[in-house]
Design a protein around this ligand. Structure first.
Ligand code: F6R
Length: 262
């Protein structure tokens, strides 16, 4: 992993993505609070004429089961509001797992097939959950998992209640999520984390053992994973890392670089 700590991590991540824009055909998208400003920067760069989406295909990581596509808190509606509505992505190239389906298994298979048909994901943009999930790969999530139906953890239900008027009972209890293997097969990965609430799972993911108990830890095995952090999200990691070291080692002996962006 390449850990980068940046004062304006959204802008850093946007610049980093724009630098390699031409190499990205299929772009994987997270929803939630974390990437919102990053998407704002990408929209800005789109309006500046630096990047386009006309030749891109996007795939979202996950979707709540039981929410209609036009439900304001569905991930389809959320990513449309945060990014898609502003850019020239062709509607047929916009993919989100279905929230409503009468054949979940077939829908999951079809999603994996669509990713394969697009030539695989070139870049997944990832966030991390408070207990270390990526996409909705809740513990336990094995490294070989693929797109499937999952039960959301109590922690996820609790934290995502903020999108449902803080009413825990309105948060969908299940979701369709791409799997850990679906994520690890991408050519590049960008894990973005901000705020001190993410400091603990980030430190575990980077420095702990790879384990099904914390899906983000599997990212250690990817050859091209950038972990972009603001100072708050990096705080626990920096506390545990030897002072001044630019290489840190995980419990599994995997070496990660750590740099500070201006
Ligand atoms: C959402 C997703 C999740 C979120 C994670 C963090 O598509 O994949 O893994 O990235 O739950 O959510 P926020 O950013 O709201 O803290």
């Amino acid at each position: 992993m390449e850990v980068v700590v940046a004062p304006d991590v959204d802008q850093f991540a946007a610049n980093w993505l724009v630098e390699q824009w031409d190499e990205i055909n299929a772009l994987g998208l997270a929803t939630g609070s974390t990437p919102e400003n990053l998407y704002g920067w990408l929209i800005q760069r789109y309006y500046d004429g630096d990047i386009g989406f006309a030749d891109k295909t996007t795939f979202n990581l996950d979707e709540y089961l039981s929410l209609a596509p036009n439900h304001p808190q569905s991930y389809r509606a959320t990513i449309h509001r945060q990014l898609i509505q502003y850019v020239d992505l062709k509607p047929e190239n916009f993919h989100v797992p279905p929230g409503l389906t009468n054949d979940v298994e077939a829908a999951c298979e079809a999603y994996e097939d669509a990713i394969a048909a697009a030539g695989g994901i070139d870049m997944w943009i990832l966030g991390i959950g408070h207990e270390g999930h990526i996409a909705f790969n809740e513990a336990p999530s094995e490294k070989e998992t693929r797109t499937r139906l999952v039960d959301l953890s109590d922690s996820t239900l609790y934290h995502n209640a903020r999108f449902f008027d803080n009413d825990l009972y309105r948060v969908p209890k299940q979701a369709i999520t791409v799997g850990v293997a679906t994520i690890l097969e991408a050519r590049k990965l960008l894990l973005l984390a901000k705020g001190d609430a993410k400091a603990q799972p980030v430190a575990e993911a980077v420095l702990g053992s790879q384990t099904e108990k914390l899906a983000a830890s599997w990212l250690q095995s990817h050859e091209a994973c950038v972990v972009a952090l603001d100072h708050a999200a990096a705080s626990e990691l920096l506390t545990r890392a030897p002072a001044g070291e630019s290489v840190i080692e995980s419990a599994d002996g995997i070496r990660h670089t750590i740099t500070f962006a201006a």
